[in-house]
Design a protein around this ligand. Structure first.
Ligand code: GLC
Length: 475
């Protein structure tokens, strides 16, 4: 199969969240299964690891009546070809998003992807679109491209990584930016409620829709999680699939991770203690091998259950434990953590930043990892922590429910701890239970072994995508 992925971020080049990790691994895994994979991204000013880009071509894109330059650059990694869409005006700025003209920047990207196919004479069977930034490629394809001989027969797959970000905009830009006729708003195709809605449009116009875990695929059909797209998703229910993401087991490996002081694997778990001692020292915590060390690595947003943690922070500090928090985000959360951190300098370490190296040391040193998300389409950190023998404590939602098996003390099965309701006391109860199990050394070791032996890499998921794409082409 020839698969073209269109997305707004991708490791190792540029990342703001888990979307980038998925784009960094899924195409590679499908390429290994024998498919030709191409990834198309904007050429941002802040990219890393893209020093060897090669100029390919350029062409014009029309944003309504305005003619814009579109350059194309390229590189190849692990046999996957990456094309970068160049336009200084749109992408020659720091960061990725949050500019006033984001909708125009990605409308340009969406057209650039579709034009690329004919300019480079690419063979494409599947066009795999990710989140709202690439969503409008689906209606643009159907309404403006599919009738051209070069474009017929492409199947469109749209993946929802997070339904909370839909690309809701003023209906005026349907015509003035996307160059589509207004009746597509009037007839409801591009409309949800009183807005032009890009994600809704992709859900309607794609051949199939996927999301990043089986549980989230069920949740988004409900009023509680659907964010007003539950109605359209229910209509498309037979074409909606949930496929759990994986993580890259080669890059994320405690045996080879250069960020760790001491490497280890499931046969040498005792060596992990050296990392714990080093991290306690690095963060100015009391250096004590016995005290349970809990890690949190997260964006500080409402989605991640930060309210529950802040609510129970003083209570947690009454326990014999240490807590390290790493992440940046909403001002009110940053303030709350900073204020409490002052009270407990030797048992609470608050690090309000993004720091990849430190995140690896947290995964590779802590005993437990706390992730009480309000909702979590998939979540990758809990998988990372399991890979590094750090036991996740999660809320049973989305991908957290699908990837963490709750510990059963009688059968000695399970890979972590979980609680059902979004409730701070319930979270505290399960933390207390985990602390209790931690005291029983043999049981805890068993749990750590279970977590480390769990296989949450891309192999299985890539095969599921492969099967789905094959079925789609044979429809
Ligand atoms: C989004 C979701 C996260 C998921 C990631 C990759 O960031 O919030 O749960 O793991 O996308 O699919």
């Amino acid at each position: 199969m020839h698969i073209l992925f269109a997305a707004s971020e991708c490791t190792p080049f540029i990342k703001s969240g888990g979307l980038a990790d998925v784009l960094g691994s899924l195409p590679q895994s499908l390429q290994k299964l024998g498919h030709e994979c191409i990834v198309v991204l904007p050429k941002y000013a802040d990219m890393k690891g893209a020093e060897d880009l090669e100029y390919v071509t350029h062409y014009d894109i029309y944003i309504s009546w305005r003619k814009k330059y579109c350059g194309v650059f390229k590189c190849v990694r692990d046999n996957v070809t990456y094309y970068f869409i160049d336009n200084e005006e749109y992408y020659g700025r720091p960061g990725l998003y949050s500019y006033d003209d984001d909708y125009e920047r990605f409308a340009f990207f969406d057209y650039a992807v579709l034009e690329l196919i004919s300019h480079l004479q690419l063979e494409v069977d599947i066009l795999h679109l990710h989140d709202w930034q690439a969503a409008m490629i689906a209606p643009l394809y159907r309404e403006r491209y599919a009738m051209h001989p070069y474009y017929d027969d492409i199947k469109i797959v749209f993946t929802i990584h997070n339904i909370a970000y839909q690309g809701k905009a003023d209906p005026k830009i349907i015509n003035s930016i996307f160059g589509l006729p207004d009746y597509l708003y009037e007839n409801g195709n591009l409309r949800n409620g009183d807005c032009f809605n890009m994600m809704k449009s992709a859900i309607l116009y794609s051949d199939i829709i996927t999301t990043v875990s089986p549980t989230y695929a069920k949740e988004i059909l409900t009023d509680e999680f659907g964010e007003d797209l539950q109605y359209i998703l229910r209509i498309r229910m037979n074409d909606l699939y949930g496929i759990l993401n994986g993580i890259d087991y080669v890059i994320n490996d405690p045996k080879t991770d250069p960020n760790l002081i001491q490497s280890f694997d499931v046969d040498t778990i005792e060596l992990k203690a050296e990392n714990k001692a080093a991290l306690q020292k690095e963060l100015g915590l009391v250096e004590d091998p016995e005290v349970p060390l809990i890690g949190v690595v997260t964006r500080l947003t409402w989605q991640k259950g930060i309210d529950l943690i802040i609510n129970r922070l003083d209570e947690m500090m009454k326990r014999d434990l240490q807590l390290v928090i790493l992440g940046a985000g909403d001002y009110q959360y940053e303030q709350a953590f900073e204020n409490v951190a002052k009270k407990y300098p030797d048992k609470l370490s608050v690090n309000l930043k993004y720091d990849f190296g430190l995140s690896c040391r947290i995964y590779g040193s802590c005993d437990m990892f706390l992730m009480p998300s309000l909702f979590e389409p998939c979540g990758l950190s809990q998988m990372m922590s399991m890979r590094y023998g750090t036991i996740p404590i999660v809320r049973e939602t989305g991908g957290l429910k699908d990837s963490v098996q709750p510990y059963n003390e009688y059968l000695m099965t399970g890979t972590g701890f979980s609680f059902a309701h979004y409730n701070a006391h319930e979270m505290m109860d399960i933390i207390d239970y985990a602390l209790q199990v931690y005291q029983q050394k043999d049981q805890w070791k068993h749990l750590v072994e279970n977590a480390m032996n769990e296989k949450l890499d891309w192999e299985k998921s890539a095969k599921t995508y492969e099967r789905l794409f094959n079925d789609l082409l044979n429809r």
